[in-house]
Design a binder for this molecule. Structure first.
Ligand SMILES: CC(C)=CCC/C(C)=C/CC/C(C)=C/COP(=O)(O)O
Length: 275
């Protein structure tokens, strides 16, 4: 027996065609009147595409010669992608609110908020930029200088890409977030994607690829990156999807850094041509 939401309707060729109809919404009375007394038949006709309804003369005569407004059809026949996206957003909002347990001092895990803010500082742009610039200045090997120069380039690239993305998407931060972060740009009022998550993922990949680290330290780098991302949601700064996308974006940004890698040979030839 077919499900109540997927009813088969005979098509022009006689074959069975499945229509997805919304039973959660009752069509307005004027629609039912126009389409005859059978509400199910009225819903089935309303769920047909506008072009199909326009094309069939018999259909227009059965609706009393009147066309239905397009908005009615959109409501009665929402796309599967639309439903999936709004469900994902609803789950995202609900889960982010549930997990924002350090969003305030009086929240359920409010006592660990200072610790979470330390984790936040460890993934902030300023200590990373300052650390990379200092290491570049202090490095006495060409290889070290090359790595630190590229780390600096990667950090600036990250700020530009995340800032652009935030300015385009303009998603608001969760309502339970308290905006008490230090040193922010104006775009940091927006939430998507998490700049801490992109930086943590990109820097973790960078460090793992370019520093010779013992296995426990490699694990520590991965744990740190994961925790920086997770702490964004616990602090109430971000929705879960901001952080998930931030991790993906940071992972991909490292590929871009590898592609744009600045080598001494390339720099010499560039600056040589300028002189
Ligand atoms: C030298 C210079 C101009 C440094 C700017 C560094 C800076 C202010 C970075 C912003 C870092 C930040 C607050 C990002 C927001 O992270 P979300 O995870 O909250 O998106």
């Amino acid at each position: 027996m077919p499900s109540p939401k997927a009813r088969s309707a005979p098509s022009a060729g006689g074959a069975e065609r499945y229509e997805f109809i919304s039973l959660s919404r009752t069509p307005p009375p004027h629609l039912l009147q126009r389409q005859g007394s059978d509400p199910t038949a009225a819903r089935l006709r309303a769920s047909e595409s506008p072009s199909r309804r326009r094309g069939s003369g018999s259909s227009s005569s059965s609706t009393g010669g009147q066309q239905l407004p397009e908005e009615d059809c959109m409501k009665l026949n929402p796309s599967v992608i639309g439903i999936a996206l709004s469900s994902l957003l609803a789950i995202d909002l609900w889960l982010s609110k549930r997990l924002g347990v350090c969003a305030r001092e009086d929240a359920s895990w409010g006592s660990v908020r200072p610790l979470m803010k330390l984790v936040e500082i460890s993934g902030h742009g300023i200590p990373w930029l300052a650390g990379a610039a200092y290491s570049l200045y202090k490095s006495d090997s060409a290889a070290g200088q090359e790595v630190m120069l590229n780390l600096l380039m990667a950090l600036v690239l990250d700020l530009v890409l995340v800032g652009t993305m935030k300015a385009v998407v303009r998603r608001r931060r969760p309502a339970h977030n308290r905006m008490d972060m230090f040193a922010t740009f104006s775009v940091d009022g927006y939430s998507f994607p998490s700049g801490h998550a992109t930086r943590a993922a990109m820097c973790a990949r960078f460090l793992l690829a370019h520093l010779v680290l013992a296995a426990p330290l490699r694990v520590l780098v991965l744990l740190w990156a994961t925790f920086v991302g997770f702490s964004r949601v616990l602090l109430g700064r971000h929705h879960v999807t901001d952080v998930a996308f931030g991790f993906l974006m940071g992972y991909w940004q490292y590929n871009l850094v590898e592609m744009l890698w600045l080598s001494p040979v390339m720099l010499q030839s560039t600056f040589g041509q300028l002189q």
